[in-house]
Design a protein around this ligand. Structure first.
Ligand SMILES: Nc1ncnc2c1ncn2[C@@H]1O[C@H](COP(=O)(O)OP(=O)(O)O)[C@@H](O)[C@H]1O
Ligand SMILES: [Mg+2]
Length: 285
């Protein structure tokens, strides 16, 4: 089943300026976890804003569960289906107490009070911030604030979560906790995730990776398919996960390694095998 679709869309911010999105088509299925990569300025955020009708394409059509984003009568429904989380947690906090912040968007939906209470509590629990519910958001860490923002979106029961570099301003621990929350929502709630990121280790864990350049999609595939093309990725001014880089460098140095390794454990096992001729599992026995 289709969650999001862009059909040959074109967008520029002003007349007579170059297209920021340039004849782009893509389709994201329900329940998928898709990472979007691309150098700065290639149009990732602009594309993300097309997925919940913050922006409308000048040419082509964007569909959310089959609904056109240009259909003004269904705008509220559409915005509720696709929740967005942006980079800067401070810009997303609107209330002075965590649970009020999580409740904010729901209050505008006209949900009955007792259902609202249940939805807010559940969203805070899912995002792992229930224990901070009575605290002031500005006293929380960046990662905790991002999880407050995610809880606010989850309380709306969206089918899809679009994260636009939502972990970029976080320390490694905050980043890991946000990612764990997002993966849980994807695994347990089957919420579709579109994650724009500069972190290749995050992209390595996605079901599918989309690479953009100059308003177009230039590569699309599983993380292994994408990150085994080290030279092509580098030519797009992007990195590959460290384990892929190490395997590539070893191969270049005359030590042949598998070229589809993207995860540190797999990389360690391949190096162990190369050095000893034994499977890593045998060494743990
Ligand atoms: N509000 C805006 N007005 C005019 N130009 C913009 C605006 N937002 C982004 N751009 C331009 O559009 C291009 C794509 O930007 P963006 O979608 O933010 O890229 P990315 O998220 O991949 O870094 C860039 O050249 C950027 O300068
Ligand atoms: Mg951006």
């Amino acid at each position: 089943m289709e969650m999001l679709r862009a059909d040959n869309i074109t967008f520029s911010y002003a007349e007579d300026t170059p297209c920021v999105i340039d004849g782009l088509s893509t389709r994201i299925e329900k329940g998928e976890f898709v990472a979007v990569l691309g150098a700065n300025g290639c149009g990732k955020s602009t594309l993300a804003k097309h997925f919940n009708a913050i922006l409308l394409p000048q040419k082509g059509t964007v569909y959310v569960e089959g609904m056109k984003t240009s259909d003004e009568d269904r705008l509220l429904e559409l915005r509720q289906k696709v929740g967005m989380v942006f980079q800067n947690p401070d810009n997303q906090i609107v209330a002075t107490i965590v649970e009020e912040d999580v409740a904010f968007a729901l209050e505008n939906l006209g949900v009955p009070p007792d259902e609202m209470r249940a939805r807010i509590d559940e969203a805070m629990q899912l995002a792992g911030i229930y224990k901070y519910r009575e605290k002031a958001p500005h006293k929380l860490s960046g990662g905790q604030k991002q999880r407050v923002a995610i809880a606010g979106v989850i309380a709306m029961s969206p089918d899809c979560l679009v994260l636009d570099e939502a972990t970029a301003m976080l320390d490694p621990i905050g980043r890991e906790k946000v990612m764990r929350t997002v993966r849980k929502l994807n695994n347990e709630r089957k919420i579709t995730v579109v994650q724009i990121t500069h972190y290749m280790d995050e992209a390595a864990k996605a079901d599918r990776v989309i690479v953009m350049s100059a308003g177009k999609i230039v590569m699309e595939g599983t993380p292994k398919q994408i990150f085994s093309q080290v030279d092509k990725i580098r030519s797009l001014h992007l990195d590959v996960p460290q384990s892929a880089e190490l395997c590539h460098a070893l191969t270049d140095a005359g030590i042949p390694m598998p070229q589809d390794i993207i995860d540190p454990d797999e990389c360690a096992a391949a190096i162990y095998k190369m050095l000893t001729g034994k499977e890593a599992a045998e060494c743990q026995k």
